[in-house]
Structure formats: C-alpha cells, structure tokens
Design a protein around this ligand. Sequence first.
Ligand code: HEM
Length: 354
Amino acid sequence: MIRSFACERMLPLLALMLALALSPFALAADPGGAKEQAQRQLTQPGNNAPFYRDVREGANPYQTTQVRGVETNILVQPSGQTWRELRPPISLTGGLLIAVALLAVFAFYWWRGPIGMHDPATGKLIKRFSDAERFTHWTVAISVCILGITGLVISFGKVILLPVIGYTLFSWLAILSKNLHNFVAPVFFCALPVMIVLFIRDNFPERGDLKWVLSFGGLFSKSGLESPSGRFNFGEKVLFWWMATILGVVLCASGAVLLFPNFAQGRELMQTANIVHLVCAMVMIFLASFHIYLGTIGTKGAYEGMRTGYVDETWAKEHHLLWYEAVKAGKARQHFADDAPVEVKTQIAEAIKA
Ligand code: HEM
C-alpha cells in the first residue's frame, strides 16, 4: 500500500526531472524550436510563444529579413523590450528631480529672497564679460531653454498636457516641439564648444575654493556675506564642469546619434543613446534651474552683468572679492571701464539698489 503510494507520487517527479535533464539535448535536436512549436499547437492552438522565444534569442536559423545592414536577419530585437521597460521609470524619476529643483529654488527664494549688496554702489563699473563671452553665453542659454522646454513637452506632454488641452492642440504643440528641438539642437552643438573654450580658464580650482565649499559660499549664512572667490566661485565652477562640459558634450553626442539615424547605427545604439540623452537632459534641467534662478531674480545685478557685460565695483567686491582685487591690481584680463554708456550705468544702478 505504502509502496504503491510512493510510486504514484515519485514517478511523475522522476519523469519531470528526466525531461528537464534531457531538454538541452531535445532543444539541440530541434533547432528553431519547430517540434516544440508543433507540439504546443496541439495542446494550446494559437500559442506561438516557443517560436517567438527562439526568434528573440536568435536561435531560429531560418529567420530572415529584407533589411540589409546592421539589422540584417534581426526579426525581433530583445533589447527593445529592455528599452521600453526602462524609459517610463527614468522619465518619472527625472520629472520628480526637476520638481524637487523647482521646490528647492522656491523655498530658497521664500527664505532668503534675492541676494542683495551690503554697501552702496560706487558707480564705478568693471567690464566683467567680453562681447564674445556674452554672445556665446546667451546663444547657449537660449538654445538650452528651447531644448529643455520642447524636450519636456516631448517627454511628458502626452501624460500631462494631452488630458488638459486635448488632441488637436497637443498635436500641434508636439509637432512644433519636435521640429524646434531638431533645428535648435545644431545651434547648441556649435555654440557649446566655443563657450567651453572661452570660459574654461577661469573654472579651474584656485585659492579660496576650499573655504567657499566649507561655508557653502555663505549662501546660508545669517550675515549674508559671501566667501571670497575668484572670477567664478566654486558653485559656478561645478555648474560649468557638469552643465556645460560633461552633460553638454554627452547630450550633443547622444543627440547626434538620434538626430542623424542614417549613419548605419542600429536600434540598440539608438536605444542606448535615447536613455543616455534622457538621463543627461533631466540632470541638466535640474542643475540649470539653480543657475537660472541665481543668474536672474536670485542675485541682484548678476543678470545685468551678463546682459550688458558690466558690473559695479561694489558688486564685484561683495561677490568675487579675489577677482576684484586682481582687477584692481591690474592682474586680471578684465578692467575698470570709464567709457560705459550712460544707459548701462543707469540700468546697473537700478538693478542693485537695495
Ligand atoms: C536663461 C538661462 C540662463 C541665465 C539667465 C543665465 C545667467 C547667467 C549669469 C547672470 C551669469 C553670470 C554670473 C556671474 O557673473 O558670476 C552666467 C554665467 C554663466 N553661465 Fe549662464 N545663464 C543661463 C543659462 C546657462 C546655460 C544653459 C549654461 C550652460 C549650459 C550656462 C553657462 C554659464 C557659464 C559657463 C557661465 C560663466 C560662469 C562659469 O564659467 O563658471 N548658462 N549665467
């Protein structure tokens, strides 16, 4: 009785173990999974899973495509599924990161307000940025803003905008965004290397950087006094290396792979480029939010400096003391400018008044 019970239980188990052990031989003897597929049709008609599994694994020796090139005979591309699964969580994380940046900027503005000056302006101006620096900076800045906004419409528009503005309007907006993104990208591509060359020499580590880091530039200090820095402070340097150099270059390279698909790159390379582009774009927008805030309403007189090229002597002393001393000693490339136009003087005085 006990014996027959054990046999009843054990036999199917042994059969299963034997089948598993022999399955590699069975598969080897069944290239392309034709037999397995035929058997599956008997038990589950219409279920083509074994066939497509073999196609995906490239095990089917009979698969063929009309496409010639890197995609020859790739009927189903397995990494396409990985890409499809990776994209939504990455977009979501990026979207949350941008929301965190906007909240942080808003909270900082609410807590500290615009960073002003402690001493009154003297009216003596220093030429802080050359015309070439300003032109290049604004070309990059405007193109990044257009690329960022259109990129966000492309990434999140379907989820956020479509339910609100409807199909007709969203369709126009999406087409406009895509074309703007494609045509503005080459402008960024050309201006970025020029900006890197123009600004790189003032973004290397120097005296005062460590002190700036340790006090976080005085951004959170009660006195509101900033740590002395050179032409650019440590925070600006970090943004230069990350935003303009590393992320900018990777965005250009991955964007070029996506923008010009006619250089024999396969789907796998384009999927990788798409993920890299997405991650870098989200981090870029995250960092740019802080830079744009501090370069506009966050610091009085900073925007006017980049717009006109001039800053007041007191502004220079309070924000970049080491650079100001170098200018005064005639050791910097920048110099005092007595010939600044009157309207520029008025604009700067207006911007930095308490
Ligand atoms: C609307 C967008 C932007 C605004 C309003 C803005 C504003 C400013 C301002 C006011 C300065 C001068 C800061 C100072 O005098 O110390 C500056 C510097 C600079 N900005 Fe922007 N900016 C914008 C976008 C960008 C973008 C997208 C990039 C790079 C991808 C960028 C890269 C730089 C660089 C490299 C500097 C010089 C500081 C350094 O080299 O460390 N800016 N920006």
